[in-house]
Ligand binder design. Structure first.
Ligand code: C5P
Length: 306
């Protein structure tokens, strides 16, 4: 018997980064938005311990050892229930860009939690699953949660936000990834260089954007376009200046807005409708400013057993 879980990628429609905390994390005002671009994780019988396999674009860059969040999730869930080291095989079918700022690794961790929970018949209550997810990483709880949600703290304290209708997005995938800790460090460095200070004493956590909340609630893509912000965009572009050409290309091809997705290097473009999203993706694919581009939509639900 095996269990397959489908899990969405995310784009941050507001990523407000506060100062650096004493624990090495930054307080965030983080609005997550789940999109239909997703991975599938299948948990099935294994031979010895937790084993992994992976297929899809960038699969060769996915660690297949104990560092993979899916493997950590399986072990954490077993330990939480006082079970011995589990024997399970996890197969990851990847569509989410690897190390792309769309929480692909976090999504696989969330999917593995849910898949193992179902495979082992544990019935772990939702609040406990969300706590285990937060132990795995800041973005893992949202991959279970789905939809659109405000994340505070490290991003793990979630509250659903109301949304009307469907928004159309295009994601332009770059060659190679960007390291999330490196992008946060560059954010601190740029703030220091600008004389703003980078600690949580100097730098307050940004407020949730009321314009953004309204645009989502009424389902207005033009209003959402003007409200999108990502404090990690300047550091991501600073580390990877070529991203500016990708962003400019999407805007010139008719995107309502362009921004770096999370810590990058994937770039996100908001489109007025599905047909424009398809045209934009084609324009980006042929522009030579990215490796590939995908038209998709959201919001969609969080990790779901198929
Ligand atoms: O929680 P996660 O393992 O995804 O975080 C990866 C790294 O990103 C952290 O070690 C930290 O350097 C950085 N980070 C941060 N502030 C956050 C989330 C992540 O500085 N709120």
């Amino acid at each position: 018997m095996s269990v397959t879980v489908r899990v969405p990628a995310k784009v941050n429609v507001q990523l407000g980064v506060g100062g650096l905390r004493a624990d090495g994390f930054h307080d965030l005002t983080n609005v997550f938005f789940a999109v239909a671009l997703g991975d599938e994780v299948t948990a099935g019988p294994g031979t010895e311990g937790v084993t992994l396999s992976c297929e899809g674009p960038g699969a060769d860059q996915v660690p297949l050892d104990g560092h993979n969040l899916a493997a950590k999730a399986a072990r954490l869930l077993a330990a939480h229930h006082g079970l011995p080291e589990p024997t399970v095989h996890l197969h990851i079918a990847k569509a989410i860009p690897v190390a792309g700022g769309m929480a692909g690794g976090s999504a696989d961790g969330a999917a593995a939690l849910l898949a193992c929970d179902a495979l082992w018949g544990l019935g772990t209550p939702r609040p406990a699953l969300l706590e285990l997810a937060a132990e795995l990483g800041s973005d893992v709880p949202f991959a279970l949660f789905g939809g659109v949600a405000l994340g505070r703290g490290r991003g793990e304290l979630l509250e659903a936000l109301p949304v009307t209708g469907t928004f159309h997005w295009v994601f332009a995938v770059a060659d190679g990834g960007l390291s999330t800790p490196a992008v946060f460090r560059e954010c601190d460095r740029l703030r220091e260089a600008a004389g703003l200070g980078s600690s949580d004493v100097d730098f307050p956590t940004p407020e949730l954007s009321a314009a953004l909340v309204d645009a989502l609630a009424v389902g207005d893509p033009k209003a959402l376009a003007t409200a999108l912000t990502n404090d990690l965009q300047p550091p991501a572009v600073s580390l990877r200046p070529s991203l500016q050409a990708t962003l400019d290309t999407g805007l010139a091809a008719g995107a309502l807005a362009a921004l770096v997705s999370g810590s990058g290097p994937t770039c996100a473009f908001l489109a007025p409708d599905a047909a424009t999203a398809e045209r934009l993706a084609e324009a980006l694919r042929t522009s030579g400013t990215c490796r590939d581009a995908h038209a998709t939509y959201g919001p969609v639900p969080g990790a779901t057993v198929l």
